[in-house]
Design a protein around this ligand. Structure first.
Ligand code: DMJ
Length: 617
């Protein structure tokens, strides 16, 4: 037994030691997270190669891997084709998964494999095939994959062997782009959803398409025009987008499906998920990529309408575009991309609150089910599947970029663990047919390599993004933000305006992804804090979610410190959330307080207990 005096001094030392050595505590913290990141990066790297090598062994050059039977499917002609109509007789695939993997290979630093893929595609890929493909899917996966890979191949920063590359991928992309053009030959300029790569629009082709199907082509086709100098692709996509926007209701809402020959809506109900999702994404990303104010104006009105009519607390339901009345109360796996888009926009408070709910659902089922009925709190009877979708990983990556809150690393870790325990099989990664039984399905979708693995990898290692500006397409293919493609580069995308991340040992330039493009308006300035409302933020009507974002900047804290003559901790208020003092505790307000009112707080018993928000948000 130790003498009582010694025990007393040990206890005193333990109590005061954190204040004597504050730096070593935070250093221990940061080396814990650095080690965690290295470990997780390796895990994701291994996942990607397990999927990729199995694809090469059992499926290449066909489109996608069937990981249970270790065989293949030529699925480009099946994508979006639910009834599997008009399947081609002699189509042997387009190496879809290889094309989709190329930007991930570069991000993971495997230039040798990337070059091998460039060579193979240059010599073998041929689009002159009798295959009826979905324009949207082929655009985001194949055209986007090729255009992005071409840019990466010609970017000297990637140190690829420049001499061996003669723009072969761009030539292929242009050939494909030309084959898309007949689809746009309609009285409205809205493209058909389906086109035969060899013969153009087929006889008796359906005239029905979706909002995302005809409204999210501008990034890939715009980039193709900028690269080739031929404006025809960008003009076709832009004309369709403008026509679609002109079909919005007086509430600035759109429907989900429409007729390309009449320009009439077929389905008036819409939300932010299937059939619409990337339409919103592309309005905003087109503004970033091409700098046109027009895109910003469209996006801003559309975004505000979504926040006003679809949002219910952290959830998004569907509504009728004509009157804004709620129609379907459903959470869908595809909606999980929305918080990521909100981060880019700058509406981080709303992004954070929705993202947390998706994480809850992921944890409840082990993965995200395709559709969950919010009004009945049950799974959709037939859409219980999880096809290895990337959206939650994508949003987690964006939120970590913006906040550097290590809690998002933990979310990423649990996504990785779930994928490895439920979906990894000897022959790759399999989709889940039913999240209640975890029964598997024999399909490894190409977006698992293009997006799911990529966003998880970037979450744990973002070195590819440092000092560079990229916009990721909806399929996760990076396109650079170049001043030569711009009418005017947005302020936030000019490197001299980039913020510095204070949490690093040495200040490091952040990528544009950590910035808020959506302009902030200063509302009020009281002695302790400045209220800043993002122009993109619409407080929802529920009383328990009615606070607007309030940020306290470092400068104001310092100013307040001087005026009050005492040390203040940076404070960040979020909607109903307050972080102060002890950085590690996230506290939830019991009720929304008035300014400077004494507030009662309680520990957040939810999943965010390990947060450490910092003031640079
Ligand atoms: C991807 O093909 C794209 O992200 C698309 O926009 C919709 N979702 C799938 C993956 O879930």
């Amino acid at each position: 037994m130790l003498p009582r005096q010694v025990v007393k001094w040990i206890l005193v030392f333990l109590v005061i030691s954190p204040s004597l050595f504050p730096v070593s505590v935070s250093e221990a913290d940061s080396s814990y997270w650095s080690a965690k990141k290295r470990h997780m990066k390796k895990k994701v790297h291994d996942m990607f190669y397990h999927a990729y090598e199995n694809y090469l062994t059992h499926a290449f050059p066909h489109d996608e891997l069937k990981p249970l039977s270790k065989s293949f499917t030529d699925s480009l002609s099946e994508l979006g084709n639910l009834k599997l109509e008009h399947l081609p007789q002699h189509y042997n695939g387009s190496a879809l998964t290889l094309i989709e993997s190329m930007s991930s290979l570069v991000i993971m630093g495997n230039n040798t494999e990337f070059e091998r893929a460039v060579l193979w595609l240059s010599e073998n890929l041929n689009f002159d095939v009798d295959a009826r493909i979905n324009l949207f899917e082929c655009n985001i996966r194949v055209l986007g994959g090729l255009v992005s890979a071409h840019i990466l191949a010609t970017d000297s920063a990637n140190r690829l062997v420049q001499g061996s590359y003669k723009n072969q991928l761009l030539t292929l992309a242009e050939d494909l782009g030309r084959r898309f053009l007949p689809a746009f030959d309609t009285p409205t300029g809205l493209p058909y959803a389906w086109i035969n790569l060899k013969y153009g629009v087929m006889e008796n082709e359906t005239t029905e398409t979706s909002t995302s199907g005809c409204g999210s082509l501008i990034l890939e086709m715009g980039a193709l025009s900028r690269l080739t100098g031929d404006p025809i692709y960008e003009s076709a996509a832009l004309r369709a987008l403008r026509r679609l926007w002109s079909m919005r209701s007086s509430l600035n809402l759109l429907g989900t499906t429409l007729d390309v020959t009449t320009g009439e809506w077929i389905e008036y109900s819409s939300g932010i998920g299937a059939g619409v999702d990337s339409f919103y994404e592309y309005l905003f990303k087109a503004h970033i990529l091409f700098g046109k104010e027009d895109f910003w104006r469209m996006f801003h009105s559309a975004y505000l309408a979504v926040q006003k009519y679809f949002r219910h607390g952290p959830w998004y339901h569907e509504a009728d575009m004509r009157n804004g009345k709620a129609t379907y109360w459903q959470l869908t796996s595809l909606q999980a991309f929305w918080p990521g888009l909100q981060v880019l926009v700058g509406d981080i408070a709303a992004a954070n609150s929705s993202h947390r709910e998706f994480v809850h659902v992921w944890k409840k089922f082990g993965v995200l089910p395709e559709r969950y009925l919010l009004d009945h709190l049950m799974l959709h009877p037939t859409e219980k599947y999880y096809p290895l979708r990337p959206e939650l990983a994508e949003s987690t990556f964006y939120l970590y970029q913006a906040t550097k809150d290590p809690w998002y690393l933990e979310v990423g870790e649990s996504i990785v663990n779930s994928l490895n325990s439920y979906t990894k099989v000897d022959g790759g990664f399999a989709s889940i047919r039913d999240v209640t039984t975890m029964q598997l399905e024999d399909h490894q979708h190409s977006f698992f390599l293009a997006e799911t693995c990529k966003y998880l990898y970037l979450l744990f290692d973002d070195s590819f993004l440092v000092d560079r500006n990229y916009v990721f397409t909806t399929e996760g293919h990076p396109l650079p933000v170049l001043s030569s493609w711009h009418d005017r580069l947005p302020e936030a995308y000019i490197p001299r305006n980039w913020t510095f991340l204070p949490s690093e040992k040495q200040a490091r330039r952040a990528s544009a992804m950590t910035l808020q493009v959506c302009p902030a308006t200063s509302l009020d300035c009281r002695h302790r804090c400045q209220q800043v409302k993002s122009a993109c933020h619409i407080p929802d009507a529920r009383s328990d979610h009615s606070r607007t974002c309030i940020y306290v900047t470092d400068e104001l804290s310092n100013e307040a410190q001087q005026s009050e003559g005492r040390k203040l901790s940076p404070i960040i208020h979020y909607e109903g959330l307050k972080v102060s003092g002890k950085k590690k505790n996230l506290l939830r307000l019991e009720s929304a307080p008035h300014n400077n009112e004494e507030i009662r707080v309680m520990e957040d018993s939810g999943i965010h207990h390990n947060s450490s928000w910092t003031a640079h948000q």
